[in-house]
Design a protein around this ligand. Sequence first.
Ligand code: SAH
Length: 341
Amino acid sequence: MKRDEVLELLRDASPLRHEELRRRADARRRDGLGDVVHLRGLLEVSNHCRRDCAYCGIFRGNREVKRYRLEDADIRQGARLAQARGYGTVVLQAGEDPGLTRERVAGWIRWIKENTPLAVTLSLGEREDEELAAWREAGADRYLLRFETSDQELYHRIHPDLPGRRSDRFLLLKKLRGMGYEIGSGVMTGVPGQSLASLADDLLLFRELDLDMIGVGPWLPHPATRLPHSQPLDRDQAPQGNVLALKTIALARILCPQANIPATTALATRDPREGRASGLLHGANVLMPNLTPAERRSSYDIYPDKAVLGDRRDGDEESLPAWLVSQGRSVGTGPGGRRRG
Ligand code: SAH
């Protein structure tokens, strides 16, 4: 698939062509990966953050956020729960929190690897090379770091650098790959100032980077963020909402047939009834049920009214396998790493 075709499909508003694209992605997913859906238990381990991203609700300057950092016991309990529920992976995600020290995180990873069969995925933002290497050494398998947008002017505007340090997520992804991590990246769709042309570039980059995991969700305006909450009237502005996010997921599946692609929480938040199911129908093969202790979940407030698989309208964790079967899918076993070849 060439850039022209990708862009044309992103711009096309016809529901018929959307459905055609969806079927193509769904067939690609079925042929390449079958009906298996991998479950990754998500632990939001800290909402402290040193950055001031314009798109995210837990940016450093937001005084309204009640900050927390999970304890060792929470991590152990979360990992045990993931194992008991038959998930193959636990994902440790957080704001960019220097309080999550190299040793602390390495200790968590070692404990999980010694006491469970789970794969460990990290999503802790832009950290030092030594930290990333130590965590890999401790046994971490994968790292998620979305590049958010390939439009560099937009990226640096919504994701300000730390003093004296230019943020370069592409360079970090390359280093992570070199350390032996499976790498995941992705973008938000519908960010004010994001053009459909840049989104086409993002998609081609997914393929060029040969990503093992690709996360795409709609941008959800958080009341505390400084981005405009409505869209500029630019002809090529990427529109808000699930339609564009779903088309982007479908295109990602067609371009990267073997990548692991989740039906993201943002999709489910935007559309609590259908979001996850439609993600799975557009090429996704992964779900990430939330394992964060209930009293902390609402504090990991990256966007408002975050859908939490487990306590919302689209079913609880216990009934998840049955729900997947009702969708014509089955539950993955084992770590569910990226398939190659
Ligand atoms: N601190 C880590 C994890 C961030 S949360 C990091 O920066 O990588 C994971 C992802 O959620 C982000 O990469 C971003 O793409 C997405 N996200 C953040 N705020 C959002 C919002 N308001 N709406 C939709 N997605 C959002």
